[in-house]
Ligand binder design. Sequence first.
Ligand SMILES: [Fe+2]
Ligand SMILES: [Fe+2]
Length: 288
Amino acid sequence: MTSGTVYEGGWTLDDVQWSKFDATKVEPGLLAAVKAASLVEYNAADYVTYLKRVFKDSGAGTLAALDRWGGEEVQHGRALGRWAEMADSSFYFEEAFARFRTGYKPPHFAGGSETSVRGSRRGEMIARCVVESGTSSYYSAIRDATAEPVLKEVAGRVAADEFRHYKFFFETLHKQDEPDLPVWKKLWIAAARVSESDDDELAYAYYCANVAKADETKIPYDRAQFAAAYNRTATVLYRRHHIDKLVQMVAKACGARAQSWLTALASVLLWWMLCLRASASRASVAST
Ligand SMILES: [Fe+2]
Ligand SMILES: [Fe+2]
């Protein structure tokens, strides 16, 4: 991590110094992004149920760790939601979450399947490592971007948890008694999971969090419009070192060397892509 305190695991909402909140340092774009993130994080319970089905034969220790992981994700949602309610008195976290929950149901949670949608437990763990790489980088970027003291602390605590989650899933990946996957398959799973980041989940969370229930008829949900709105707020937060770390973590999960020319090249390409997206977003805002 680049700045500040390294937070231990096992924290609770009571450990956060909420009294340091400074309304003058709240930035509207960050607020919109945090509101959306709070809903996605708070929705972890279904994912725990799904993962416990996939890992049902993996022993009590793994199942208990999955419960702990889910509890921490839910707490991330609660902490981010509480901060957002402090920053915006018109935002009601539980109400926004209820709308999100009604409208967003990933198909692999509903099916009751006993096997991973990634084809194997190893594949499932690679996909989880990709997600935790993304969230640890994202909350590190929020922590570094904000001047608001409470958001800086909450994002720092959440980011530290996400790095620990990556470590847990990475270790679980290598404990599986399945044959190792070929590199192309690992890269395919990672790429597939990254492309899912553009799915309905983030766009719909952004909509439910930032369009009031009373305005639903006037401003109906449009996936492309709200995915673009989410990307506008998210892409500008990153700095180069967040992207380097993200790519190194994904490369390591895929069995590639974190410090290789190929990983460095992937990092440069992703950084260019984000810069292009960010400048396209700025241009579209300037022209509206
Ligand atoms: Fe989280
Ligand atoms: Fe996590």
